[in-house]
Design a protein around this ligand. Structure first.
Ligand code: AMP
Length: 215
């Protein structure tokens, strides 16, 4: 099964992708995460990417498409993939169609996360993650059970994304509405678009996604 999770930053795509990956054995392809790994590796390209990402702008399509193409071919994607953060504009959607045709794969569902922008700013500005295992937390909605200690791995170091500052989040939301949301009619026409209520709690959204699969 091959899926796209489509929605603005903070809508819960990453959270649901991790759950789907575990339940269905699909690979989770987050272009944002791949880019952050490249930035963390350092070097000139890393620096260039960092300045684009922290300005809330989109990284050039060629870089993203090449990165994804290599990843889709790896063995853990054999049962299917979950795209999280891609495609982000029309040209990436066309590049994806070409890639799928080349790899003889098809798209089963595009799941839209419906949310309110104002809530996204609040959600994103409070989020952070364990530096070691990447488990996500939130200042209000999901604090570690013991303050300063990761529930999953016991790590004591936490990190916040540089592009999660409110002014950058506003730019990322603008970019979603201008460039990504116009893809919805494209997928609707193809009969693969479904939607979930991204404002609901995590378990409710998971239930809505499972209902889409008839599970
Ligand atoms: P995300 O983790 O999906 O919110 O992505 C974080 C940042 O990485 C975005 O604001 C962009 O700067 C960049 N990025 C992630 N995915 C893409 C993409 N498909 N195309 C262009 N830029 C991307």
């Amino acid at each position: 099964m091959n899926l796209i999770l489509l929605g603005p930053p903070g809508a819960g795509k990453g959270t649901q992708a991790v759950l789907l990956q575990k339940k269905y054995g699909l690979c989770h392809l987050s272009t944002g995460e791949m880019l952050r790994e490249t930035v963390a590796a350092g070097g000139e390209i890393g620096k260039e990417l960092q300045s684009i990402i922290s300005a809330g702008k989109l990284v050039p399509d060629e870089i993203i498409v090449k990165m994804l193409q290599e990843r889709v071919r790896q063995a853990d994607c054999a049962a299917g993939f979950i795209l999280d953060g891609f495609p982000r504009n029309e040209s990436q959607a066309h590049a994806l169609d070409e890639m799928l045709a080349r790899e003889e794969k098809s798209l089963d569902y595009v799941i839209e996360f419906r949310v309110s922008d104002e809530e996204m700013i609040e959600r994103i500005s409070g989020r952070y993650a364990c530096a070691q295992c990447k488990e996500g937390y939130h200042d209000i909605y999901k604090k570690p059970k013991i303050e300063g200690v990761c529930d999953v791995c016991g790590g004591a170091e936490f990190v916040r994304r540089a592009d999660d500052r409110p002014e950058t989040v506003r730019k990322r939301l603008e970019s979603y509405h201008e460039q990504t949301a116009p893809l919805l009619p494209y997928y609707k026409e193809r009969g693969v678009l479904r939607s979930v209520d991204g404002m609901a709690d995590i378990d409710t959204v998971t239930g809505q996604i499972n209902a889409i699969f008839g599970a």
